[in-house]
Ligand binder design. Structure first.
Ligand SMILES: [Zn+2]
Length: 79
């Protein structure tokens, strides 16, 4: 099989385009996943409303500022 210059250029362009699209999709996917994980780690203290990240496995975390215990994952309610 003989490859002409036009075919070669088309293949190269197509390959580059596919590569760019693939990397964009992958980057988007990993970015969204990281953001979700960061959001899951984020805790807002119920007492002083200090926002911090905690990666410990328990669902009760201690606020680094006021030492109050806060339940992880509880939606913030003001009132
Ligand atoms: Zn606190």
């Amino acid at each position: 099989m003989e490859l002409t210059l036009t075919e070669f250029v088309r293949l190269a362009l197509g390959g580059a385009l596919a590569l760019v699209l693939l990397s964009a999709l992958l980057s988007r996917f990993f970015h969204a996943r990281g953001e979700r994980q960061a959001l899951a780690r984020r805790v807002i203290c119920r007492l002083c409303l200090h926002a911090f990240e905690d990666s410990s496995p328990g669902c009760i975390v201690e606020c680094p500022v006021c030492r109050a215990t806060t339940e992880r994952g509880r939606p913030r309610s003001l009132g």
